[in-house]
Write a protein that binds this ligand. Sequence first.
Ligand code: SF4
Length: 507
Amino acid sequence: MSSIDRSQSVGGTRTYEVRTYGCQMNVHDSERLAGLLEDAGYVRAPEGADAADVVVFNTCAVRENADNKLYGNLGHLAPKKAARPGMQIAVGGCLAQKDRDTIVKKAPWVDVVFGTHNIGKLPVLLERARVQEEAQVEIAESLEAFPSTLPTRRESAYAAWVSISVGCNNTCTFCIVPALRGKEKDRRPGDILAEIETLVAEGVSEITLLGQNVNAYGSDIGDREAFSKLLRACGKIEGLERVRFTSPHPRDFTDDVIAAMAETPNVMPQLHMPLQSGSDTVLKAMRRSYRQERYLGIIEKVRAAIPHAAISTDIIVGFPGETDEDFEQTLHVVREARFAQAFTFQYSKRPGTPAAEMDGQIPKKVVQERYERLVALQEEISWEENKKQVGRTLELMVAEGEGRKDDSTHRLSGRAPDNRLVHFTKPDQEVRPGDVVTVEITYAAPHHLLAEGPVLDVRRTRAGDAWEKRTAEKAGKPAQPAGVLLGLPKIGVPEPLPVATSGCGCD
Ligand code: SF4
């Protein structure tokens, strides 16, 4: 059960309270914070309520003892929060802008710290804190026009997420996104491309375009082909080697997107497209507007245009009302589509979603049995598809932290263009995360590939330089000249694909 599931609420909806300190500017900012939270599906806590599900402190740094008062107030809330799983505390405003990490150090029960320039991020940061179960501290140095989900604190020197839209105009009945994040808001193409160019100048060579419904991009700015145009524009950015995106919706997967993928060399041959169910009846009940035939039709077109594309998906098993025949239809699509990988989920109720109230909830035992059959089938297909890679020569972008056994096996790990994980023999020559190696695949397992022979080629990249520079900075050593300037405070690496979720990035 998630923390939201356990929290107190009004009619199943999370409540909020904003406590404001300081000047008129803060009072006005608090109005905007309240509006943002209501847009995201929260309701104002009733007057006199003990504590809301989300308590936001909009702080002031000018008043005397402002920090002592803040920590005193936070201290009062600590036992309430401890007694109430799911409660969240956020601190914003001038004091947060000023004190940043200090707040979570002094009051580790705080969930979110945000600044004066990124108040639009509050709902996203609350959600991220809930999902990741750790405090989110995010302070922007200048005003953000777009309420981006993009962390300003980049996790990787060589790969980055770029948010292109937030929210979703669909109403899938199992998904809480429309309630939490509201209608789709598209970021302006020029802003997106400028951000990518900045990232590339800093050494990033792989980006993943992100949106709850990424390929619906354009509906908010009145251009139905905006997403394919964006992919093609990414293709013109010098130094950007790999472009991925997640998660697209089959409804919006138009032919111009397939053409742009096929014709733009740095858009990788990979597609993660949620199926959710292979049954038309269940898709209808899920309020997913495509049907089995349309889904398989897209797969067919993608395979015709991009023969080596690795296609992955999300599937929910045991949606309310799913019959044995419906489930057989899902297995049918899995056999036909031959996914490289599928993220499979057993349906569970999400309070606040229409599906939670539906008749025909499936007994756990039945769901489990179907789930096991689906996983067994998909494992078989994943393995067969991986075996087709044996003998191929592939360029890998060296990854950091993706091979748990690399040290003991004297290997390194990297991602193929289609995002398959490959473990390869460590060459004598130094290679760094972000560099590119060429290897021949010698062995396939269901979830990874091996290249057991020698590395055929090593290409040192600006991304590798960026990684080296950042690593040296972190270790406090003078960096080797890297040829790029970085201002990136934290090392680490995001997965090349976000963890797939039940829905389009919405779990
Ligand atoms: S599952 Fe995806 S498309 Fe459906 S409502 Fe959620 S975010 Fe939107």
